[in-house]
Design a protein around this ligand. Structure first.
Ligand code: HMG
Ligand code: MG
Length: 307
């Protein structure tokens, strides 16, 4: 095991999004039992935060229309947090009724994506989230606030840092416990990551509430993650096997693959508690279910090989 690298965190918490962000864009319906097995296998590989599903409108994301059937199949997993996405009070009702204790609202840094993803203007969507977060906090639930399109937007181009800061502060002010900065279409670069994190700190947002969520469209996801680690970020979102995309952002490709992330962190001496061999085997199994190979370089390199 390599020694920890000076200036980088000793431990990173991986927020696994494969079962939600990874699958939400799949055209062919993945059976609920397969999703449940995927989540169980991810837990056996050592992931402790596994985003399970979304309580959104079933017509908007048909792949996740089975949230009510899936959640009870995984909610007894010991020692695993199972965050779920809720877009509004109706989604919160559905999630709380099943005993979900980790919730996520999802805002956008841009007007166009707020409209495409939530059918609301940016400010309207924040107004919808406010009572959701208040009620979730009254129920002592943990609430994550996603912010999509933090770096670029397919319709609006480069996104000014101040727009992102505004939305992040609004989410924290309403009571969110943590943020996830989404590079939804994967156009960010390390310099932009540094600038955004510095601007957030300058506006009073501490690094310890910030998570990062990179997509790998331009091959920058690991470099961007490294820049965030250097800044002190310790929560990194990733998707097993690099599954993913976003149904309402056409140019979004896969998320940062969890295996690629674990490989880099392991090389840096950063502890994740993940069994890479088991994780690769899980992504190979899931690739078999989906009928196409994983795009993750690490999964491809380690498939059928001894760790
Ligand atoms: P809307 O059509 O404006 O909904 O959609 P509405 O509020 O007008 O309600 C219309 C009907 O839908 C009503 O029923 C509601 O009860 C029902 P009616 O009274 O007509 O019979 N309804 C619901 N039913 C079930 N569950 C609900 C729900 N809400 C309303 N939660 C809405 C607005 C937010 C519902 C819709 O736009 C939606 O579901 N959007 C979800 C989109 C989504 O999931 N996108 C992907 C996640 S974001 C992402 O992937 C990015 C991220 O990974 C970070 C990154 O990469 O950047 C997080
Ligand atoms: Mg995403």
């Amino acid at each position: 095991m390599p020694v920890p690298t000076a200036g980088l965190p000793a431990r990173v918490r991986i927020h696994e999004v494969g079962a939600r962000d990874g699958l939400q864009n799949e055209k062919t319906t993945v059976p609920t039992e397969v999703k449940a097995e995927f989540i169980h296998r991810l837990a056996q590989a050592g992931l402790t935060t596994i985003e399970a599903t979304s309580f959104v409108h079933p017509d908007w994301v048909p792949q996740l229309a089975d949230a009510e059937r899936l959640f009870p199949l995984v909610s007894d997993l010991e020692g695993v947090h199972l965050p779920v996405l809720v877009p509004n009070n109706r989604g919160l009702d559905r999630a709380l009724a099943l005993g979900a204790r980790r919730l996520a609202v999802f805002a956008s840094a841009t007007e166009t994506f707020a409209k495409a993803n939530l059918n609301r203007t940016l400010e309207e969507s924040l107004a919808v989230f406010e009572p959701v977060v208040t009620r979730a906090k009254d129920e002592h639930a943990h609430v994550r606030g996603y912010v999509s399109m933090c770096f670029g937007d397919p319709w609006e181009g480069a996104v000014p840092v101040h727009q992102v800061v505004h939305v992040c502060k609004a989410l924290l002010d309403m009571g969110c416990d943590e943020l996830s900065l989404g590079d939804t279409i994967g156009v960010g670069t390390p310099g932009h990551v540094r600038a955004l994190l510095a601007a957030l700190n300058e506006s009073g947002v501490p690094t310890d509430v910030i998570g990062v969520h990179f997509h790998d469209t331009y091959g920058q996801a690991l470099a961007n993650t490294f820049a965030a680690l250097e800044h002190g970020v310790t929560t990194v979102d990733a998707s097993a096997g690099g599954l993913g995309g976003c149904p309402y952002a056409k140019s979004a490709t896969g998320n940062l693959a969890t295996e690629d992330l674990v490989w880099m962190l392991r090389g840096l001496g950063i502890d994740t508690g993940i069994d890479l061999g088991r994780l690769v085997a899980t992504s190979e199994w899931m690739a078999g279910q989906l009928g196409r190979p994983s795009p993750s370089r690490t999964v491809r390199a380690l498939s059928h090989q001894e760790q």
